[in-house]
Design a protein around this ligand. Structure first.
Ligand code: SF4
Length: 297
């Protein structure tokens, strides 16, 4: 849950999630719709889908016990090197260092690693391997994370208070404010789409997105494809369509401009009808919840 998301945002979701599914077995037995309903608004929905897949694998193949080795963990859906190393070293004492953003920053400064991108990653991994401690890698990983968040901060590192200063190459060379080097920023491409809000009395029409691809398996107001250029709206039914607003939403790899149209219709062959007050029961991604604010009661 904490990937790309702050602790403050995650807190409420985390406790609701654990209340609803306290064990791996419970989570494995949940439906994807239930999961998306609880996850809605947290974004990056592939995390929820991967968590669900992993719970099923652990329930079915590992007798509901989380595997203890990095080599097995890394193969589970949603697990990258950091998560696998954090669990293997902290929970199961495997000799491996978990490298998150804080640890990466501390190691780059401690060893004055001045490369960026993949080269930086390789050098940091090499230094981390050298630091690996046969018994205390988990404690070492957590200590490096704490040093990163308390002393070796991204801006204004507290070098004079830091107990590593006498061993720190960046401090010795006065490079602490310029390391680690960041990869060049790519600008996000823009995409455009139309969303059609069909209403009938207190009812509103929603549909499920395809099971694969962006926002897979979540619900939306019937919408066009998201394309690279602005295109005219092709309304799903004949009606008096009114332009009611535009929603902008940033995804990790593109920025979306969604034009909203509203019409009162008697029926449609797309999606399902639900009462507006019941929309919370469906996994509706943030951009469509933003669209809701344009709808007048
Ligand atoms: S001395 Fe400064 S740059 Fe070096 S590890 Fe400590 S806080 Fe980071």
């Amino acid at each position: 849950m904490l990937q790309q998301t702050t602790v403050a945002t995650v807190k409420g979701y985390f406790s609701r999630f654990l209340e609803r599914w306290p064990t791996i077995k419970d989570l494995a037995a949940a439906s994807q719709d239930e999961l998306m309903q609880v996850w809605q608004g947290l974004g990056y929905y592939s995390r929820a889908r991967n968590l669900h897949k992993t719970a099923k694998i652990i329930a079915e193949q590992y007798h509901e016990i989380i595997p203890s080795s990095y080599q097995i963990l890394i193969k589970l859906p949603g697990f990258g090197p950091y998560t696998a190393a954090a669990i293997a070293s902290i929970a199961f004492k495997e000799p491996i260092i978990a490298i998150d953003t804080n640890v990466n920053r501390v190691l780059c400064r401690l060893f004055a690693i001045s490369s960026a991108g993949a080269h930086q990653k390789n050098q940091v991994q090499k230094m981390a391997n050298e630091l690996t401690h046969i018994e205390h890698s988990g404690a070492l990983s957590q200590a490096l994370m704490d040093i990163g968040s308390n002393f070796c901060k991204s801006k204004n590192p507290r070098c004079l208070d830091c107990f590593l200063k006498s061993d720190c190459l960046a401090f010795a060379k006065n490079l602490q404010n310029s390391l680690p080097k960041k990869p060049e920023k790519l600008t996000r491409p823009k995409r455009y789409g139309h969303s059609f809000i069909m209403r009938h009395a207190e009812q509103i029409c929603i549909e499920k997105r395809p099971e694969k691809g962006l926002l897979a398996g979540l619900y939306q107001f019937p919408s066009s494809e998201f394309v690279n250029e602005q295109t005219p709206a092709y309304y799903p039914v004949q009606a008096e369509w009114k332009h009611i607003g535009t929603v902008r939403h940033i995804f990790s790899h593109f920025e979306l401009e969604l034009t909203l149209w509203e019409a009162f219709v008697s029926n449609t062959n797309r999606g399902i009808w639900t009462n507006i007050s019941q929309l919370g029961n469906y996994g509706l991604p943030t951009m469509f919840r933003k669209a809701l604010t344009y709808i007048k009661a």
